[in-house]
Design a protein around this ligand. Structure first.
Ligand code: SF4
Ligand code: SF4
Length: 345
């Protein structure tokens, strides 16, 4: 089995064991227990962490040494056969999200926008934010990061290089600015950007194009379109997705975007490094009681913040939470649509 980049020696000299001590979902009696569980995981032994993990990705962000603790945890779960979800669900998901081989190479032109496996959101790619964009989506271009939730690192190793090849062959081969520069790919889905940057580095998968995060694209566009901005003067509750733990630097860009469109990001308990999982993954794992508990905490916190919008980065989080937040009186909306609203689009 291929392995992710991970250095046990960094853990051996680690003072904080932040990866486990800061985990919001597993409690330890103290740092000694956390250190002991870390040692078990790193030695290839069974650990309660491998069974109790919510697969929230957060320890990737909490590790001050960039040591990929969550990717390594998933690897150990798979090696030991500790699946977070029942086997029939894993098999069903593997079949549903498999590449179909329906490839039709097209002449794409910049900006090229990757919608991942969300063709139903193609309507988001409209002027003024996305003038003359080329768009694609489907399971032949799916980033496949979701397998981190199902102890399937092997599927990431198997499918991600194929997806990269498909994207290059079908859309990016001739769309670079010139033969010396890499073609750019705007990743609408946070997970795609995380895959083609952090995951690709940790899994040693080469990426022959330049991934651009949606927030970086929007931030730049807002400067070009500054004359059109009508400040929204609204308070919003932000649902930070798990994938953003892999690329925390983009969260600062989001703050800049909110500032430019006149939006205040409510300083709530469950945002930024304390963000809560939307609950969709524990439901897929059939941990419904846990998902209900998360939902209640998250919604109460959003309502208490006084926000009028609940803003989503991840379409899956939005699908999971939109109805519940709307019932609480908050308007669910994706970041890009919120920005389009400020631009009159
Ligand atoms: S993964 Fe990171 S935070 Fe955890 S013990 Fe190792 S070095 Fe420390
Ligand atoms: S992925 Fe989340 S739940 Fe699992 S150990 Fe890391 S921080 Fe804890």
């Amino acid at each position: 089995m291929q392995s992710v980049i991970f250095h046990p020696d960094l853990c051996a000299s680690c003072k904080s064991i932040s990866c486990l001590m800061r985990c919001q979902y597993i409690e330890f009696s103290g740092i000694d227990e956390a250190r002991a569980e870390r040692k078990k995981i790193n030695s290839g032994l069974d650990s309660r962490v491998l069974h109790e993990c919510l697969t929230c990705y957060s320890c990737q962000e909490y590790c001050p040494n960039g040591n990929n603790p969550f990717f390594f945890l998933v690897e150990q779960q798979e090696k030991l056969g500790i699946l977070p979800a029942p086997i029939p669900i894993v098999k069903e998901q593997l079949a549903m999200m498999a590449p179909r081989g329906r490839l039709e190479p097209q002449k794409a032109h910049a900006p090229v926008v990757d919608m991942c496996a969300f063709p139903m959101l193609t309507g988001c790619i409209r002027p003024p934010l996305f003038e003359n964009a080329s768009v694609f989506s489907g399971t032949d271009f799916f980033c496949n990061i979701m397998w981190l939730h199902f102890a399937k690192n092997s599927t990431i190793f198997e499918r991600v290089p194929k997806m990269i090849e498909n994207i290059m062959t079908c859309y990016l081969k001739d769309s670079g600015p010139d033969e010396h520069s890499m073609a750019e790919l705007i990743c609408f889905h946070d997970e795609c950007y995380g895959t083609y940057t952090t995951v690709a580095n940790a899994y040693s998968i080469p990426v022959p194009f330049k991934p651009i995060h949606l927030f970086d694209y929007i931030d730049k566009k807002l400067d070009e379109l500054s004359g059109k901005i009508k400040p929204l003067n609204a308070v919003i509750a932000y649902q930070r997705p798990c994938s953003n733990r892999l690329i925390p630097e983009t969260d600062k860009t989001l703050d800049r975007i909110f500032e430019k469109i006149g939006v205040t990001r409510a300083a709530r308990k469950y945002d930024r490094q304390n963000a809560l999982c939307c609950g969709g993954v524990p439901r897929a794992h059939q941990r419904d009681d846990f998902a209900d508990e998360l939902l209640e905490k998250n919604l109460n916190d959003m309502v208490a913040s006084g926000a009028t919008y609940c803003v989503f980065n991840c379409p899956f989080c939005m699908a999971t939470l939109a109805e519940a937040v709307a019932e609480k009186g908050l308007f669910p909306i994706l970041v890009s649509d919120l920005v389009q609203t400020a631009l009159g689009g």
